[in-house]
Design a binder for this molecule. Structure first.
Ligand SMILES: Nc1ncnc2c1ncn2[C@@H]1O[C@H](COP(=O)(O)OP(=O)(O)OP(=O)(O)O)[C@@H](O)[C@H]1O
Ligand SMILES: [Mg+2]
Length: 263
């Protein structure tokens, strides 16, 4: 029995190592041409972005990262929508933490696209003074790489700065799908995270779901109701694969759940 368990553990760790050695890190061409930003560590921490460096705070996102990569690899997927039933559950916080956590795997290329076009917030969380307008240029029918930023060598951010009018119309337009395809073809990321709008207050996210492979639903503990999670899950499942629900804003955790790998 012990031998079987140790063999299983060995196989699991070999698989984990394999997950971390996919494509080589981005070090040339289109990635090098992206304008680099260096977000302030203190501001990130104030805004609950805790995954730039490994450690106890990053551990739960690192677990999520590993599970996500495994699901993507098993299905040959790259595109992940991050959404929620209602506003304010922590989608943008989770998406950014997941992006930084993934980007610590230096052999992975990660792209985060901000598509919550009613309430874009990522530039604020990152403290960018020169706010990019990726979505505005989409509306103009242009893929404008000057609006894409880079953190380090393998994380690209297509941020939207100010919102646009009629987001659902833009998000469902065939030219938007074409431009996202073109962005993917240019940067060839291993993972693309889309920070979306909440599902139950508008059809914005729904309008884009045909373009993603799968979705993560972020629910806020003590805020999001079971009925909201069920309705959102059903709506998501009609358009894409639901990877799971991330329970955010938990005030209480069992010792077992809160114990970090790094401890
Ligand atoms: N785990 C957490 N614990 C406490 N506060 C959190 C947590 N995650 C996010 N927040 C806070 O909740 C607020 C909303 O977070 P965030 O902007 O990420 O949510 P959102 O779902 O993207 O919102 P919106 O629907 O407006 O886009 C922010 O002030 C954020 O700092
Ligand atoms: Mg948000």
């Amino acid at each position: 029995m012990e031998r079987i368990q140790s063999a299983l553990a060995k196989a699991r760790s070999a698989r984990d190592r394999k997950l971390q050695t996919g494509t080589p890190a981005a070090d040339s061409g289109p990635w090098q041409e992206l304008a680099e930003i260096r977000p302030d560590q203190m501001l990130l921490a104030r805004n609950r972005i805790v995954t730039r460096n490994p450690g106890k705070n990053a551990a739960s996102f690192d677990v999520m990262r590993t599970n996500l990569l495994r699901a993507l690899r098993a299905n040959s997927w790259t595109r992940v929508a991050v959404t929620s039933p209602t506003p304010g559950s922590g989608k943008s916080t989770v998406a950014l933490n997941l992006a930084f956590s993934l980007a610590r795997l230096t052999d992975k290329r990660v792209l985060l696209v901000e598509l919550d076009l009613r309430r874009p917030s990522l530039s604020g969380i990152l403290g960018l003074s020169d706010v990019p307008q990726f979505a505005t240029r989409l509306r103009e029918g242009q893929l404008d790489m000057t609006q894409v930023r880079r953190v380090g060598s393998n994380l690209a951010l297509a941020l939207s700065g100010t919102g646009v009018t009629s987001p659902a119309e833009l998000l469902s337009a065939p030219r938007t799908a074409d431009l996202i395809d073109a962005l993917e073809a240019r940067l060839r990321p291993d993972v693309i995270l889309f920070d979306m709008s909440p599902m139950l207050v508008s059809d914005d996210a729904l309008a884009f779901l045909d373009q993603v492979d799968c979705a993560l639903m972020v629910a806020a503990a003590e805020e999001t109701t079971v009925a909201e999670i069920e309705k959102c899950g059903k709506d998501l499942a009609m358009r894409t694969q639901v990877l799971g629900v991330v329970l955010n804003k938990c005030r209480y955790m069992e010792d077992e759940e809160s114990r970090a790998y790094s401890d």
